[in-house]
Design a binder for this molecule. Structure first.
Ligand code: ZN
Length: 315
C-alpha cells in the first residue's frame, strides 16, 4: 500500500470510527458528559460515583446505585418493599393513574418512588431512604410517606440516625389530599426521632422541590446538598411572576441556598459517604443515664449533643 492509499484509507475510516463511537455510547460502554461533552468509560464513571472526572458534573443516579454507594456490601435490609400504591380517587388525566402506576412499576422494577431500609454505612448502623426520580418524578404519594414514616419510627426504636436522599418534583397530585398529608406525617415521625435525640441528615439532590422541600428535606439537623442541585418550593417562573422581579441566574441552586442559610453543607458525591460517617461518629446516641444528668447543673450532654444547624425540627 502506498502512503497515499494509507492516508486515503484513514480518511475513509474516520466516519466509521465515529459510528462506532455512537454505537458504543448507545451500548453504554461510554458515557458522554451532558455538561462538558467529554466521553468517559462508563465503568470509570461509575467507579467515581457517576461524577465527571473532567468538570465535576454530577450525573443523575437512581436509588439502587445510591444504596450501593452508601451502604456497606451485604448489610442492606430493605423495609416494606412490597407496599404498593392504590388509586383511591380513580384519578385520570391524559392517562389513568392506575395505568401510569403499573407501567412505571414495570419499567423501574420499583413499587413506588422511594426505597427504604436499614444497613451499615462505614460500619455504622443507619436507616436510609432514597427517593427515585424515575418513578413519576420522585413524587410523594401515600406510599412514599408511609415507607419513610415507618423507617423513621424503626430508626427511633433502634436508636439509628436517619439519612434521606431527596429527589422529587413534590407531592403526587394524582393522590390529592392523601399526598399532601404525608408532609405532616413524616414531619411528625421526625419530631419523635429528634425528641429521642437522634441525628437526621437529609441529602438534597437534583431536583428537590415542592412538598418534599416544604417538609422533611428542610428538617435536618445538618442539611447537605449536592453541587448545583436545584432546590426550591415553587417553580422559578411562578416566583418571578408573584414577586414581579427578575431572579438571579443562580436562584434555587444548592449554592444560592447555602449562601442564604438554608443549606449547611455542599458535598461532592465522591465525599458523601465518608463525611456522613464522620458526622454520625460525632453525634452518637445519648446513653440512657444522660437524661437524668440533664436536670443537674452539669450540662455536658447538651454540649456533647449540640446540634450544629439551626434548622432542627420542632422546638
Ligand atoms: Zn463533564
Amino acid at each position: 500500500m502506498s502512503l497515499f492509499d494509507w492516508f486515503a484509507n484513514r480518511r475513509k475510516s474516520g466516519p466509521i470510527s465515529e459510528d462506532r463511537q455512537e454505537r458504543e455510547i448507545a451500548d453504554g460502554l461510554w458515557t458522554k458528559c451532558e455538561h462538558c461533552d467529554v466521553l468517559t468509560y462508563t465503568k470509570d464513571l461509575r467507579a467515581n460515583q457517576s461524577v465527571c472526572g473532567e468538570c465535576g458534573h454530577h450525573h443523575r443516579i437512581f436509588s439502587d446505585e445510591r444504596i450501593r454507594q452508601l451502604i456497606d456490601p451485604g448489610t442492606w435490609h430493605p423495609l416494606d418493599s412490597q407496599v404498593s400504591p392504590k388509586d383511591p380517587l380513580n384519578f385520570k388525566d391524559r392517562k389513568a393513574y392506575a395505568d401510569r402506576l403499573r407501567d412505571t412499576q414495570t419499567k423501574t422494577k420499583l413499587s413506588d418512588a422511594v426505597q427504604t431500609g436499614l444497613g451499615n454505612l462505614d460500619g455504622l448502623p443507619v436507616a436510609l431512604g432514597v427517593m427515585d426520580f424515575r418513578f413519576m418524578g420522585g413524587s410523594m404519594g401515600s406510599v412514599v410517606g408511609e415507607k419513610l414514616t415507618r423507617m423513621i419510627e424503626q430508626a427511633t426504636a433502634t436508636q439509628r440516625p436517619v439519612i434521606i436522599v431527596c429527589a422529587s418534583g413534590g407531592a403526587r397530585m394524582q393522590e390529592g389530599l392523601l399526598s399532601l398529608m404525608q408532609m405532616a406525617k413524616i414531619s411528625g415521625a421526625l419530631q419523635q426521632h429528634q425528641t429521642a435525640r437522634l441525628l437526621y441528615l437529609p441529602v438534597l439532590t437534583h431536583p428537590t422541590t415542592g412538598g418534599v422541600t416544604a417538609s422533611f428535606a428542610m428538617l435536618g439537623d445538618i442539611i447537605i446538598a449536592e453541587p448545583k442541585a436545584t432546590i426550591g418550593f415553587a417553580g422559578r417562573r411562578v416566583v418571578e411572576q408573584t414577586l414581579r422581579e427578575k431572579l438571579p441566574e443562580t436562584f434555587q441552586t444548592a449554592e444560592y441556598l447555602q449562601e442564604h442559610g438554608f443549606v449547611d453543607l455542599i458535598l461532592s458525591r465522591t465525599q458523601l459517604k465518608q463525611t456522613l460517617a464522620q458526622l454520625i461518629r460525632l453525634h452518637p446516641p445519648l446513653p440512657p443515664e444522660a437524661d437524668r444528668l440533664d436536670g443537674l447543673t452539669l450540662n455536658w450532654p447538651e454540649l456533647q449533643h449540640h446540634r450544629v444547624s439551626s434548622h432542627s425540627n420542632g422546638d
